[in-house]
Design a protein around this ligand. Sequence first.
Ligand code: ATP
Length: 276
Amino acid sequence: MIEINQLQKNFGEKKAVDIEKYSIYQGDMLGLVGNNGAGKTTLFRLILDLLQADLGNVTINDIDVSKNEDWKQFTGAFIDDGFLIDYLTPEEYFYFIGKMYGLKKEEVDERLLPFERFMSNEVLGQKKFIRNFSAGNKQKIGIISAMLHHPQLLILDEPFNFLDPSSQSIIKHLLRKYNEDHHATVIISSHNLNHTVDVCPRIALMENGVIIRDIQNENNSAEKELEDYFNVRVEEEIEEEKMEMTVQETAIQEVPVQETPVQETIVQPEEKEEQA
Ligand SMILES: Nc1ncnc2c1ncn2[C@@H]1O[C@H](COP(=O)(O)OP(=O)(O)OP(=O)(O)O)[C@@H](O)[C@H]1O
């Protein structure tokens, strides 16, 4: 179980995360949604102790993540391709990760089998380093490596990014199955509302660092609420843009009036020079 307690992270004046209290239970499949800059990645980084909180803390199974390392044994995460080791091949990387968790080479091979369709003959046996893979295939390598040791807690930041439609569909299925088979806690963030609603029975909506809604999603029941929320946001932004345009137009119309005194000030010095 993850407990977030009075957690705050600021970047200068910006409150990136400000969560009074939030609990994520073992076996939850939670989707984190919110506009750009809402604080999703910062929250993930705080949960994974990649960032130091200004206030408050995160505990995983009663372990304060910033004070004790035990949670790392049962946690898997992929936030961005900074997690990868560029100069290894995918195989070398998977075996390396496996070794960290005491898995033999054969066990790693066996655990890669369910990902065969996901990798679609483009990841294994390519004889090239991770740095030379496409963004989509790097994303696949990162997701698989986070799941390889069968963590009880899996955190994926924007797992559908860069993936082609069929890979998006496969990973949705794999994540759901993983959550069910292992009774694992799975937390993903996404801008794809359809995928989030398809996969996550619980959805947290973030705005300005705060979880403003905690939505139970049964049979895609959250779809309308989320669509309404994000459409409202878009409409508000369009309204704001219109207001800005009106202000700019007014300013443009006023230009000739403003130009007259400017011309006068140009003429005046010349006249003065002539007089001199
Ligand atoms: N290292 C940093 N230095 C300064 N500001 C940061 C830093 N990391 C994040 N921020 C700011 O904190 C806020 C939250 O950013 P964050 O990346 O967590 O949002 P997000 O919800 O993941 O956004 P996106 O959907 O665009 O990925 C933003 O205003 C961002 O600019």
